[in-house]
Design a binder for this molecule. Structure first.
Ligand SMILES: Cc1cc2nc3c(=O)[nH]c(=O)nc-3n(C[C@H](O)[C@H](O)[C@H](O)COP(=O)(O)OP(=O)(O)OC[C@H]3O[C@@H](n4cnc5c(N)ncnc54)[C@H](O)[C@@H]3O)c2cc1C
Length: 679
């Protein structure tokens, strides 16, 4: 039996996994990162538009702060988020963006004086302050009150991931790439690492760790039409589910992005609309103001996607040989802007469609994009039910996005969660209680079980083709668990997925080769992915309301009275064919921001009985307390939940630390100048 011992095992080499590992290593612990691909090819590289952090440097971001970012995030989540976690996030995001600047991310910067921009289809001049010159700038994104999305042209994720990966190399953190975790080792109480399969030679290794973190990204590949890379299969979430002890949160909360290109499904960033792009129908009519007079193209993604699909259903879609679509028009931004700030978009349009967005309209339609659900954790990133198992990034349900994530809040989450979860994992490892005495027999039993399953697949005389099963699953999810859901379609989805799961017990793998065998890989992955699909479809069927990206045509209202809760899915035994669902209530009486209207989308809802009383308390506190920090603290304390070194206040041009908080830490200061000065 091959074994590797380490203090911390990080499964996933995207931004979340890398940042988590850096924190652990810097605290003096051993850490190993596993990745399916070299880390720089992780899906984080695909992030285009930017990262939200309330720096308030640019003119259109002036006055921004954590309170406004928090309010936008909660509205975006349709009140499904954990408000304390959202507070931890918005407070740490400015520190994260500045840390990345110091590490080398070349953020776009404010240029003093008059700058031309397009807002609401009109050219406007925005005057930037002299004192902001050279500080990190931001662009507009959906569902936000301020321009808050920090960016590196439209290659933000690429810059962030490369910087983070280089930093991990500098910290001498070993990465074991082309390795896939296929099971977690545990005793029902505590996690001890993972059984890992080499994608090169097919051999199994037991990675034994005091603490394990799942940072494997999203599960977009449950769908056919998705912006996600082929490695986004959700296997990290699936192996947590298969422990029978760890739970997955809100798996039915799946985001569809308004602008995937047709037919490839590749994303064109929300930054296109943030920078002034418009959505047009077959008559070249700009239709979004008809539905959302206030936010127009920049309502949250769930709302824009629904309006687009409904508009197509009214006969307003453009017919094409690849099906119907709408147009994204960025021509008014001009060649210079497109060639410098949206250059990846230009290349995607050229390579995949043969069009030039400087002169041509871009054919778009909503496609699956982001997984709000994932491994349920507490605010420290640890599973509440399986000790020593942590999770961070898109793989986790931490849960700051609730039922809809705002654009720019995901790469921000990966960096922030990495900072926070890394600290808590290091603290856990420093604690004596983290020392483990795992028996060889337990490790061996997991290794033997996994080897047996692989051997069975490789030697099976079954009849089912794993690729066809995968395709059928993706088709079923795209057709029935999409933007508009209803009981009839969800029941069809569950029935079809159950049938596919039965068939997946009878897979035939033609090549028995152990290593580099895509057929075998598809065979074991599809079995796990079907479980995740069932969690999503069955969870969506049970949730009889509409919230964020989960829209039920037969229950169109958000129902806070009965459904202000998080879905928890577990899979407790191999005999089970459906997940067990439980629900975790969100307590309105402790919310800093009680449920209300989002400022876009439907105003109608069923209120929670505690909402009115809590709103009165919040309003009365706001009248009595004018200091925003003290008001926040009186309503919903959260600073004590952050690692100590991340508790300092953030400095802004309009909020210098000297006047507000003498205890402000260096990391929260205006050190976003450092990169400029380095230049
Ligand atoms: C096209 C596109 C554009 C986007 N643009 C933005 C944007 O502008 N702003 C924003 O905020 N968000 C954006 N997002 C979302 C954001 O990019 C992701 O949510 C985020 O980068 C996920 O990072 P992560 O570290 O959690 O996971 P990932 O970057 O997906 O990394 C997952 C890692 O896990 C590894 N892995 C997976 N399974 C296993 C396994 N079983 N064993 C071992 N290793 C495994 C992979 O190899 C990889 O290293 C975009 C997403 C897409 C698809």
């Amino acid at each position: 039996m091959k074994t590797v011992h380490t203090d911390a095992l990080i499964i996933g080499g995207g931004i979340a996994g890398l940042r988590t590992a850096i924190g652990i290593k810097r605290a003096g612990h051993d850490v190993i990162i596993l990745s399916l691909v070299p880390p720089k090819r992780s899906h984080s590289a695909a992030a285009q538009g930017g990262m939200q952090a309330s720096l308030g440097n640019s003119a259109k971001g002036q006055g921004d702060n954590e309170d406004i970012h928090f309010a936008d995030t909660i509205r975006g989540s349709d009140w499904g988020a954990d408000q304390q976690v959202a507070r931890m996030f918005v407070d740490t995001a400015p520190k994260a963006v500045r840390e990345l600047a110091a590490w080398g991310v070349p953020w776009n910067r404010v240029r003093k004086g008059d700058n031309k921009s397009i807002i609401n289809g009109q050219e406007v001049v925005i005057s930037e302050r002299d004192e902001a010159h050279g500080l990190i700038t931001a662009r507009n994104f959906g569902g936000t009150q301020k321009w808050r999305t920090c960016y590196v042209a439209d290659g933000t994720g690429h810059s962030m991931l490369y910087t983070m990966s280089n930093k991990a190399i500098a910290e001498k953190i070993p990465v074991h790439e082309r390795m896939e975790a296929i099971a977690l080792i545990h005793d029902g109480q505590r996690c001890y690492g993972a059984v890992v399969r080499s994608l090169v030679d097919g051999s199994l290794t037991a990675y034994i760790a005091k603490a394990t973190c799942i940072a494997t990204g999203g599960y977009g590949r449950l769908f056919r039409a998705t912006t996600n890379a082929v490695i986004n299969t959700g296997i990290g979430a699936a192996i947590a589910l298969e422990t029978g002890v760890a739970q997955l949160g809100n798996m039915e909360a799946i985001q569809f992005h308004p602008t995937g290109i047709i037919p490839a499904g590749i994303l064109v960033t929300e930054g296109c609309r943030g920078d002034g792009g418009l959505l047009l129908d077959k008559d070249l009519h700009r239709f979004m103001p008809d539905y959302e007079p206030e936010k127009k193209e920049l309502a949250s993604r769930d709302v824009v996607s629904r309006h687009m699909e409904a508009h197509i259903a009214k006969g307003k879609g453009v017919q094409s040989r690849f099906g119907e679509h709408l147009w994204l028009d960025i021509r008014q931004l001009g060649a210079h802007h497109i060639n410098t700030r949206l250059r990846e978009i230009k290349e995607i349009c050229q390579y995949f469609m043969g069009i030039d967005p400087v002169t041509d309209l871009i054919p778009v339609r909503p496609v699956q994009h982001y997984s709000m659900g994932g491994v349920r954790t507490d605010h420290r990133g640890e599973s509440p039910t399986l000790k020593a198992l942590f999770s961070a990034g898109e793989a986790a349900c931490w849960d700051m996005h609730g039922f809809n994530r705002l654009g720019g809040n995901s790469v921000a989450e990966t960096a922030v969660a990495g900072m926070i979860v890394g600290e808590f994992m290091a603290e856990f490892l420093s604690d004596d209680a983290s020392h483990i005495g795992v028996s060889t027999a337990l490790v061996r039993s997991f290794m033997e079980r996994e080897q047996e399953k692989l051997d069975q697949l490789a030697n099976s005389s079954g009849t089912e083709n794993p690729f066809q099963l995968m395709k059928a699953m993706q088709e079923c999810m795209t057709k029935n668990v999409g933007i508009f859901r209803n009981e009839e379609r969800l029941k069809i989805a569950v029935a079809e997925l159950l049938e596919l799961s039965e068939r997946a017990k009878n897979i035939r793998v033609y090549s028995g080769t152990a290593g580099a065998n895509p057929e075998l890989v598809a065979a074991y992955r599809v079995q796990k992915m079907l479980k995740l699909s069932l969690c999503a479809a069955y969870g969506a069927l049970q949730r009889e309301e509409s919230r964020g990206a989960h829209y039920r045509e037969d229950f169109p209202l958000r129902n806070d009275r009965d459904w202000l809760c998080r879905t928890l899915a577990s899979w407790e035994s191999d005999e089970q064919n459906l997940p067990t669902l439980r629900y975790e209530k969100l307590d309105v009486r402790r919310m800093e921001m009680p449920p209300g209207w989002r400022g876009y989308g439907s105003k109608e809802r069923i209120d929670h009985p505690d909402t009115e009383a809590r709103q009165l308390q919040v309003d009365s506190a706001a009248k009595q307390q004018t200091d925003r920090y003290q008001l926040q603290q009186s309503l919903m304390p959260f600073k004590h939940m952050l690692p100590e070194k991340l508790r300092g206040r953030n400095e802004r041009l309009d909020e210098p630390l000297a006047n507000t908080d003498k205890a402000g830490t260096a990391s929260g200061r205006l050190n976003n100048r450092s990169h400029k000065e380095a230049l």
